[in-house]
Design a protein around this ligand. Structure first.
Ligand SMILES: CC(C)(COP(=O)(O)OP(=O)(O)OC[C@H]1O[C@@H](n2cnc3c(N)ncnc32)[C@H](O)[C@@H]1OP(=O)(O)O)[C@@H](O)C(=O)NCCC(=O)NCCS
Length: 182
């Protein structure tokens, strides 16, 4: 299902474009994701584990173009990709009405309302989709910005797996949240 590009205003007064990712975005998106993974405590992937090649990144973008119940949105300001949100629908029939959300934003652009815009656009698109009924995500229980955003957007807390993440001998809890679109 197509997404119509939008221009939206952030709290810092800047206008960003939110649109579907295209294959030609692969190199810039790869750089952005690498940068925000590197400086976020709350994405469970170490920098050295982020080893996608340009071709693999293109394949990843293509998978969203090919799957009509999935969506990959990027936010852009003056040609720079600031972050993304992805809705990945389940490919098995029994769970095809569900989709998992992932998102990330460059450090300098966090807490600016950009996550709210990305999530709002993704939810509105999912509500229009005739197949999707349930969005869900997983988040570090300590991720205040993430939790603040997801609760504001209506996500319910489903449950916690304690000590799910372990990094440098510290444990973190994993919270699953979901939003019913019905
Ligand atoms: C999580 C993330 C996507 C959120 O996007 P964002 O642009 O920072 O979020 P927003 O500014 O739109 O919204 C955050 C909300 O949390 C609120 N908030 C900020 N600090 C908070 C705190 N300590 N406690 C509770 N709420 C808080 C903000 O006030 C804001 O709500 P408001 O707009 O009603 O004031 C972004 O911070 C990010 O990319 N973080 C690093 C990667 C990451 O954690 N990804 C998600 C993995 S699940």
């Amino acid at each position: 299902m197509k997404f119509t590009p939008k221009t939206l205003l952030l709290k810092n007064g800047k206008e960003v474009i939110i649109r579907s990712a295209e294959l030609s975005d692969a190199a810039r998106l790869l750089n952005t994701v690498r940068e925000y993974i590197n400086d976020s405590e709350y994405i469970p992937k170490l920098n050295e584990e982020f080893t996608l090649s340009l071709e693999e990144e293109e394949q990843w973008i293509k998978s969203f173009i090919d799957h009509k119940n999935s969506l990959l949105l990027i936010a852009e300001y003056e040609g720079q990709i600031l972050g993304n949100i992805n809705i990945s629908s389940h490919q098995r029939i029994i769970m095809q009405h569900t989709a998992v959300i992932g998102m990330g934003i460059l450090n300098a652009w966090r807490n600016s309302g950009l996550g709210t815009h990305l999530m709002q656009q993704a939810i509105e698109w999912a509500e229009e989709n005739p197949v999707l009924e349930l969005l869900w995500l997983q988040v570090y229980n300590e991720n205040r910005l993430g939790l603040g955003l997801y609760k504001k957007m209506g996500f319910q807390e489903n449950g916690v797996i304690k000590n799910f993440f372990k990094h440098e001998n510290r444990y973190y809890d994993n919270l699953t949240m979901s939003l019913s679109l019905k």
